[in-house]
Design a protein around this ligand. Sequence first.
Ligand code: ADE
Ligand code: ZN
Length: 326
Amino acid sequence: APETPTTSTLPKAELHVHIEGALEPELTFDRARRNGITLPYTDVEDLRGRYDFSNLQSFLDLYYTGMNVLRRAEDFTALADDYLARAAHQGVRHAEIFFDPQAHTTRGVSLETALDGLEASLSSSRERFGVSTGLIACFLRDRGPAEAERMLDELLEHSHRITGVGLDSAELGYPPADFANVFARAREAGLHLVAHAGEEGPAEYVWQALDVLGVERIDHGIRSVDDEELVRRIARDRVPLTVCPLSNVRLRCVNTLPEHCLPRLVDAGVRTTINSDDPSYFGGHVGDNFAAIERELGFGARDLREFALNSVEAAFLPEPERDRLR
Ligand code: ADE
Ligand code: ZN
């Protein structure tokens, strides 16, 4: 969907985007060809036609299969370049980018390959795209805390290359509290902490992410609306939520966009930001999400400016850097 000039020119930060979810079908085919991989799809339209999800898991199945074309560092570089060009076009001036190290190491692609490739793009992103960047390594919660501990050991050898750690993948049945020790160690190492919570899972997982993991932002957090006391808590403490409206509809976490709880969160005084999550899979980048909530949730120019400002306030940036984005 084309976005309005207002939303596209708003300088903003994107705080919730999985780089592997920015893999467009065209790049999937391009990388498959270069790497000698035969895809089980006839063409890009065939692949796009499969982007019809019934829940988070049905998306994750395609997402983890798709990233199998990322083999060499230059594949990660091409992926990040493609994302940054598209995000810059929609007003993104700073991006804190998630990646899933275990989704690569478990299929024989090293952490160094992923990091080297991403860094080759990100290190010159400000000059080439006008977008400053940070990298957040996410643990795959459905692979359990023991594997996360080992991944963290490896990440800590590269801790100067990442901004923080997060927690993602299948949520139901994988409570944040299981990762208490992993997050305590990451905090000890000076890393920023975030976690997906309350996307499909219950409000209880948001409490755990805050009280047990001590995260600084909650990714999604939409199920917080089921618990009034929790909403009061995140409003009082100004805990930012990185909300992804188009993702929530595509993964059927909400039935339709007009039924989204974003207006309720805003009315309750929660600091919310708007993000794309997996832009290639869910119908657009952050500007498209801004346009969609303007169209379907009735937010006006002042609200949209507020969301953009919130993203700058919630970014892991030193104050002088923040000024550049306001
Ligand atoms: N990994 C990529 N996108 C995700 C999402 N929306 N929820 C959990 N894990 C993810
Ligand atoms: Zn996400």
